[in-house]
Structures are given as C-alpha cells and as structure tokens.
Ligand binder design. Structure first.
Ligand SMILES: C[S@@+](CC[C@H](N)C(=O)[O-])C[C@H]1O[C@@H](n2cnc3c(N)ncnc32)[C@H](O)[C@@H]1O
Length: 308
C-alpha cells in the first residue's frame, strides 16, 4: 500500500472551498461522474503531479481535478478527436460551428431528416465537431457506432437538442480544457504508457462495470466491449502500479440489482486496498442509511493509499 496521501476537500459540495470551479461535461455522458464528484474529490490526494483519467468518457473527473497535468484517455477514438478539437479551437469558433450546423441542417426537436443528413455527412467527412452536434440531437445524447464505425445512434425526437444548459456546459468545458495543462490519448487502457509516473501521480479508473450494462460494455458499438478478461487485465495493471508506489483510485460497483462482483471484492480484500462506499444520491449520506435492497447499487471507490 502507498502511504502518501492526505485527504482533501477540493471543493465542498461545489461550495466555497472549491479550488476549481466545477464544470460539467457537455456530453451528458452515460455513467458520468459529475454528481459523485464531491465524494470522489474528498478521497483524492491534495497534491497530484500527473492525473491520468484512464477511461475519461465525458471527462467529468479529469476536468475537475487539481493536478499539474491531466492525461485523458478513452478508446472511443472519435470522442478523443472531438476533445482535441475543443482544446485547439476557441470557444467562439466551437460555438459558431455548432450553431451554423444547426441552421444549415434545420436541426430541432422534431426534424429527424435534418439529423439523418448531418449523420450521413459526419460518417463521410468525420469532422470531430460534428460529432458534438450529433450527440446534442441524438437519442439520450448517446454516442454509438456500428462495427464499421458508422455513427448509428437514432434521433432524440422531442427530447434531445442543443439547449441553453448544454451551451453553458460547453462554454465552461472548452474554457477548462484551455486553462489546464492536458493531453488526450485514444488507446485501450492497457496500452497507455504509464511508465513515467511516480508517487505523486494518480491514476483514476472509471471502467465499464462488469455487473451493470451500458452501451460501452456490450461490445456492440464498434469498440472493445468489457468482459472478465478486461476486468482481470485492469486489476493486474493496478497491482503493477501499486508495486511501483504509484497511487490509483478505481470507481466501480460491488453489488448491483442482486449481483455481486466477487472477483473485485476478493481482489480488494486480498490486497488490503481501501474500499469507500459512495452514495448515488446524497453526497453526505452515510453508507449505513442507504437502501441496500435488491434494486440498489453499492458504488465504491477503491484506493491503494490512505486518506487520513
Ligand atoms: C463509465 S465511462 C467513464 C465516465 C467518466 N468517468 C465520466 O465521468 O464522464 C467508461 C468509459 O470507458 C471507455 N472504455 C471502455 N472500454 C475501454 C478500454 N478497453 N480502454 C479504454 N477506454 C475504454 C468507454 O468508451 C467509456 O467512455
């Protein structure tokens, strides 16, 4: 076990003691950790040199952590292409692209044809910013590709649009990417080079969960799915970091709707890692007062360092 960290409230319930103003990902990412952030940050170390968000998804975590440098990685390469574009372009360039596409394709809550035409264009031209516009109008704002890597998520009729909240989140998010030192990688998690990391780094993992379902772990979105083999490879990778004295924090669920992730629970117990139970709904509610019935989830943060 690594023994370096002291706990810190980087921001309390997004209140006054925050160090970084919280920004919410404009991607409305399924499984996004924005709501859990106050709890997660409480258990992150005070000083972080490089923060690796190994399964960054919507970037809700990496974008809100105070670190000297942030590495965002996700194997959804097209998503990473989009983030690179958001980092390289000014807020006004990004907004002007989004708004001109909305006008050009007549995008609205009801225009399915305009959405299909933009989707066709994106699948031919692959302009990263068009992926953002598509996600704004797609069903549940999901990003999904078929095995030929064609974006195939249907239109979010009467539900999805580039609304004022999304615009506000986009502006703040692009601003954050500009103000922090960060880089983007689009590799399978076990191919990311972590060899330079030292004891001041923190590798945060929010992988697909073995016992829940999401579009990113069904293996049907044109990218690697998540199965037992991936899970074991990840746990071995974390053991390797631990052996080198590099800190890690892993988000996961150990119980969900009557299922248990025994491999994960056994691994935590065998290595003596710390398991912190989080609450989905209330940042401060105690594990003991939580509903642990059949429909509940036991969401945890596993660390190899002690928060005092
Ligand atoms: C639970 S989401 C992360 C959500 C993120 N923490 C947030 O707050 O927005 C998991 C992410 O892992 C990515 N992923 C799945 N398998 C992967 C793999 N083998 N290597 C790297 N990333 C992977 C998915 O594309 C997805 O974006």
């Amino acid at each position: 076990m690594v023994t370096s960290a002291s706990p810190t409230l980087l921001f309390e319930e997004f209140g006054e003691s925050q160090v970084l103003r919280p920004v919410r990902s404009p991607m409305n990412y399924i499984g996004g950790k924005f709501k859990l952030l106050p709890q997660l940050l409480r258990y992150f170390p005070t000083e972080i040199s490089t923060f690796v968000d190994l399964f960054c998804g919507g970037c809700n975590v990496g974008a809100n952590v105070k670190a000297d440098h942030v590495v965002f990685n996700d194997n959804l390469t097209y998503l990473i292409d989009l983030y690179r574009e958001l980092k390289e372009n000014s807020v006004s360039e990004v907004l002007s692209h989004v708004k001109s596409r909305i006008v050009e394709f007549g995008l609205s809550l009801t225009n399915a044809e305009g959405y299909s035409k933009l989707r066709e264009l994106y699948n031919t031209r692959r302009r990263p910013l068009d992926l953002f516009v598509l996600a704004a109008y797609s069903f549940n704002h999901q990003i999904r590709y078929n095995s030929a890597h064609q974006f195939n998520n249907p239109f979010g009729k009467e539900r999805s649009s580039f609304n004022p909240t999304m615009e506000k989140n986009l502006v703040a998010f692009v601003g954050r990417l500009h103000e922090i030192s960060c880089e983007f990688r689009s590799e399978n998690f076990d191919k990311v080079d972590l060899s330079e990391l030292d004891s001041k780094a923190l590798v945060y993992c929010d992988p697909p969960y073995l016992i829940t379902t999401g579009t990113y772990n069904d293996g049907k979105r044109g990218f690697t799915g998540w199965d037992l083999q991936e899970e074991k490879t990840l746990l071995a990778l974390l053991d390797g970091l631990n052996a080198r004295g590099v800190r890690f924090a892993l988000s996961n669920v150990v119980r969900h709707k009557g299922k248990e992730n025994r491999i994960l629970m056994g691994w935590i117990a065998m290595n003596g890692y710390n398991m912190i139970h989080l609450s989905k709904n209330y940042a401060n509610s105690s594990y003991h007062t939580m509903d642990r019935g059949l429909n509940s989830s036991d969401e945890v943060l596993v660390t190899n360092y002690t928060a005092e």
